[in-house]
Design a protein around this ligand. Structure first.
Ligand code: C5P
Length: 317
């Protein structure tokens, strides 16, 4: 039986701007997505029987069809039925380190790893673009998770253009274990409150150029100026999530008040919040300081950093 072990990194949003309505019910976005070294491990083994099995060490993660990992394997079975018959089923184990339901693309990066792993297990020889296209049918963040790095994402988040990579910016990240924010809820609320400001025709290039404000942060990324990047962090979904989740707002304010923090923001639809720091040493100090101020065990705190890759294969058997 063959097997592969893969590393699946989380992402943060350095930028998330909602610019319009889409006819498919999603929102037209401009995002800057950044991989971080907080990652899950995925092991995929081939099985002699034509079945899909999913295991996970985290009690909150389902192992049935509601898990994106299961749906990724099922998608491969549907798209490549002959390979499934020839090579057999898959047994997938997810070792979770990324907080779940956190706005860190934990489920999406796991699904991306499954697509990459099954491509290898079944000798399909798919291109990165083909894997990303398969991923886009599973979720808006899955295509980004395949190759990761620093990317500007448009459309519903699946159209990707690479930016110069940002390595070694240190980050403190916090997430309350018991808090979950539904992404659909966050977008729906945003639409209700701010929908009147949307672009109606997202293909109108002139109005689109006027609506998009990511130029400043893109320039800062191109110049690799961490302080300028930190000053230009932006997330429209904060406008609806922070007023409803006081703990998230409080954590964000606490991060912002720490010496050595150059910028702070909520990631995706939350509830995780991150702070960009001047050095690893500062990030570790800030983690300790925040832990002393909020001794609540429910708050998970991580020191992590920006990385330049997405899914990595680290072993095979
Ligand atoms: O694509 P994904 O399944 O991750 O999206 C989760 C939910 O977030 C969608 O069902 C939709 O309500 C919302 N969403 C959106 N516009 C996007 C991406 C996500 O409205 N561009």
């Amino acid at each position: 039986m063959r097997s592969y072990k893969l590393i699946a990194p989380a992402k943060i949003n350095l930028y998330l701007e909602i610019i319009g309505d889409r006819s498919d019910g999603y929102h037209e976005l401009v995002m800057i997505l950044q991989s971080i070294d907080l990652a899950d491990e995925i092991e995929i083994h081939s099985l002699s029987s034509e079945t899909i099995h999913v295991h996970c060490n985290h009690p909150q993660v389902p192992t049935d069809k509601s898990n994106l990992v299961y749906r990724a394997a099922e998608l491969m079975v549907k798209r490549f039925p002959e390979a499934f018959t020839k090579h057999g089923g898959v047994d997938i184990t997810v070792h979770k380190h990324i907080p779940v339901a956190a706005g860190l693309a934990g489920g999406s990066t796991n699904a991306a790893a499954v697509l990459v792993g099954i491509d290898l297990l079944w000798n399909l020889g798919l291109t990165q673009t083909e894997i990303e296209e398969l991923g886009s049918t599973l979720g808006s963040d899955v295509p980004f998770c395949v190759a990761g790095g620093t990317v500007i994402a448009t459309g519903r988040g699946e159209q990707l253009s690479p930016l110069p990579s940002l390595d070694h910016i240190y980050i403190v990240l916090g997430k309350y274990r018991s808090l979950e924010v539904s992404t659909a809820w966050a977008y729906k609320n945003y639409r209700q409150e701010y929908g009147s400001t949307y672009l109606r025709d997202t293909n109108d290039l002139a109005s689109r150029a006027a609506a998009v404000h990511s130029g400043g942060i893109v320039k800062a990324i191109v110049e690799k100026d961490a302080v300028a990047i930190a000053q230009k962090l932006h997330n429209d979904l904060e406008k609806v999530v922070l007023p409803s989740y006081s703990q998230v707002l409080h954590l964000r304010e606490l991060f912002a008040s720490q010496p050595g923090v150059i910028g702070t923001m909520m990631s995706g639809s939350g509830p995780s919040v991150f702070a960009l720091c001047t050095s690893q040493e500062q990030a570790e100090k800030i983690q300790q300081q925040v832990r002393q101020t909020i001794p609540d065990e429910d708050l998970e705190l991580f020191v992590t950093r920006t990385i330049t890759h997405g899914i990595q294969v680290v072993g095979n058997g």
